[in-house]
Design a protein around this ligand. Structure first.
Ligand SMILES: Cc1ncc(COP(=O)(O)O)c(C=O)c1O
Length: 382
């Protein structure tokens, strides 16, 4: 099998896997227990918090472990309605956010909170000028993702962060696709909240973290014990947290080489596909993008059919984000770039990661070429 859907999830790395295993069987103590068996688990959680803080330029007190990206995003967005409950509230976000942000915003809107969804240009960029123009005296939070999960476009977070810090407006970024793949430093970005998820950087599923800038407080997410500085109760997922720390550390160590390798795999794939299929469109082609993500449109050839034909050859790619697959809706991200519904439904995302090779990229190009010819033939005989 060739797995080329690393934006959906990744295989856990050997190091992360071997480091988490003892915490499932031998050192399975509760990190809140007072005897030494529990202390070992507590120390492991602390070490992971240190690894995360070092990786993103934060202090350990600013890192809260969560179950992943959806939880971190939902927590920040929902908190605004509690933090500012006595005041009128306006939130700014972009039209290409992950559904964990968009759906939280839709719910807030139903509760009477004003939300502005900023447009993007054909490369998927949010403009800092548009953020500035959308600000009003009621604006309490701006949430713009660092890297888009479908097209890979990297947003000008540092520039937006600078603007908002000067105006003392809270700024959240969903960095789920970015952390572990490109340098992320919360001080440089000037963000107040940052969401990440371990299964996107070769950690385990069901673990993530939220950076909450020192001095800021979110309302408690889960009630119960005093875990996670009393903010999120529940017995810690020690094994997952340990895997997260090591996976992130490993990603940072290998980032420079890995980035260059992924860029060259993506370039080879894009060039190969374009040579084979002249009408191919590369989405957000001129944007600064994640190193391993490529989104392409084959005019008039259903992306879903392409995905299934590739699946028959044991190649995994996706038509849009994993959380939206299985639905017939065209991608909201591709529509926001200006693609028609037909074009959006004729697109696939290839996302490479740690375990993909140049040989696999060649195989993907050849198989897409073959499959495209089949789809065109099927269409002409209809
Ligand atoms: C940009 C982005 N944000 C949030 C999430 C949700 O993360 P999780 O799967 O950890 O809930 C994803 C996952 O696809 C994502 O790509």
């Amino acid at each position: 099998m060739i797995y080329a859907d690393n934006a959906a999830t990744t295989k856990i790395s050997d190091i992360a896997f071997s480091k988490m295993l003892p915490f499932l069987q031998e050192q399975y103590g509760n990190a809140s227990s007072q005897y030494s068996f529990g202390v070992k688990a507590r120390r492991a959680v602390k070490q992971s918090r240190r690894q995360v803080a070092d990786a993103i330029g934060a202090d350990i007190s600013e890192i809260t472990f969560t179950s992943g990206g959806s939880e971190g995003n939902s927590w920040v967005l929902q908190s605004v309605s509690v933090l500012f409950r006595e005041e009128p509230i306006h939130i700014i976000t972009s039209s290409i956010e992950h559904h964990s942000v968009l759906n939280a915003c839709h719910t807030l809107k139903e509760r009477g909170i004003a939300v502005t969804y900023l447009p993007v240009d054909s490369n998927g960029y949010v403009s800092t000028d548009d953020v500035e123009s959308a600000l009003c005296p009621d604006t309490k939070l701006v949430s713009v993702m660092l890297a888009n999960n479908e097209i890979g476009t990297l947003q000008p977070i540092q520039e937006i962060g600078k603007l908002l810090r000067e105006k003392s407006i809270l700024f959240h970024t969903d960095a789920v696709q970015a952390v572990g793949h490109i340098p992320v430093n919360v001080k440089d970005l000037q963000v107040d909240f940052l969401t990440a998820s371990a299964h996107k950087f070769n950690g385990a599923k069901g673990t993530g973290f939220l950076y909450i800038r020192s001095g800021l407080d979110l309302p408690q997410l889960v009630f119960g014990g005093e875990q996670e500085q009393g903010q999120r109760a529940g017995t810690e997922n020690v094994a997952g947290i340990v895997a997260l720390g090591y996976a992130l550390e490993e990603s940072i160590t290998n980032m420079v080489n890995e980035r260059a390798r992924l860029i060259s795999l993506i370039r080879a794939t894009a060039n190969g596909l374009r040579a084979a299929i002249s009408e191919l469109i590369i989405n957000a082609e001129n944007a600064e993008r994640l190193p391993g993500t490529l989104n392409v449109t084959f005019p008039h050839a259903s992306g879903e059919t392409m995905m299934h034909l590739l699946d028959l050859k044991e190649i995994c790619v996706s038509t849009s984000s994993a959380c939206n697959s299985g639905k017939d809706n065209p991608s909201h991200v591709l529509l926001a770039l200006g693609l028609t519904e037909d074009q959006a439904k004729s697109s696939i995302r290839i996302s490479y990661g740690k375990y993909n090779t140049a040989k696999e990229a060649d195989k993907i190009v050849a198989t897409i070429d073959e499959s495209y010819a089949k789809i065109v033939e099927m269409r002409s005989t209809k």
